[in-house]
Design a protein around this ligand. Structure first.
Ligand code: GTP
Length: 236
């Protein structure tokens, strides 16, 4: 089986890391996702990962409740670092060679983000987990994923999330909403479909990086996406 992609960036939902819990990291989910990534890695594609932090701390909601936005966003960035360390540990346990790079400099905990080193890790067969967002407040982890995907010249961005694709409307509120299999970047922006924020989408559009949105809880989905099988929604 030949993968459809040479190098991908996988954006993992932070919310997913809490599994069935209300908060934090579910070890069972970590084992599941590590095995999913192992199966995908074995196809031969180079893999980088960005994780959200919503299972631990959500910057935007905290700022809506009155916390200073900049402090709230930095807390969210630290949450992504916790998730990154947990995932690094889980990937090591399934025999992979992960490296965490942080956009916030915390040298005792992780390597700093250095693009050249990240590329070298990939060439050596390592999986690079980019933590700490972009290192700046006011940016989402989706934008981090797009930015890093452009920097490493990924030929695809996988948004592995809690839903099975992009819908014409919110399927919870509108029973007539239907799933979209394929759509153009401009149409996502024009129709204001809730996939990613506009800066994340524009970065991928400008750099011609297709996005595949799919359900990360379904076993085999990451591998299927790498093989170019039609799952979820493809934005190109
Ligand atoms: P090559 O094999 O030459 O690509 O280098 P390497 O990355 O294996 O060597 P390096 O000396 O950079 O890293 C050795 C170990 O130190 C690895 O486990 C890295 O994750 C870790 N490491 C490297 N730089 C840092 C850092 O700034 N902070 C922390 N905490 N660990 C680091």
């Amino acid at each position: 089986m030949k993968p459809h992609y040479k190098r991908v960036l996988i954006k993992l939902s932070g919310e997913a890391f809490k599994g069935n819990r209300d908060y934090g990291i579910d070890p069972e989910f970590l084992t599941f996702i590590a095995n999913e990534i192992k199966e995908a890695y074995d196809l031969g594609t180079e893999i980088c990962i960005v994780i959200g932090g919503g299972n631990i701390f959500r910057g935007l909601s905290a700022s809506e409740k009155g916390m200073d936005r900049v402090r709230a966003d930095y807390s969210g960035m630290l949450a992504t670092l916790m998730n990154a360390l947990a995932l690094e540990d889980a990937l090591l346990k399934v025999g992979l060679h992960p490296r965490v790079q942080s956009a916030l400099e915390i040298k005792e905990v992780a390597e700093p983000f250095i693009l050249g080193k990240a590329l070298r890790h990939l060439k050596k067969g390592r999986i690079v987990i980019f933590a700490g967002g972009t290192g700046n407040p006011y940016f989402t982890t989706d934008t981090t994923a797009s930015l890093r995907a452009a920097e490493i010249k990924a030929d695809g961005l996988f948004k592995a999330t809690q839903v099975d694709g992009v819908y014409t409307d919110d399927p919870v509120k509108n029973p007539k909403a239907t799933k979209i299999d394929a759509i153009k970047f401009l149409d996502v922006l024009k129709q204001e479909l809730k996939v990613m924020d506009a800066s994340a989408l524009s970065l991928c559009m400008d750099n011609q990086i297709p996005i595949v949105v799919f359900d990360l809880h379904k076993k085999g989905n990451i591998k299927k996406a790498l093989l170019g099988e039609s799952i979820g929604t493809k934005i190109a």
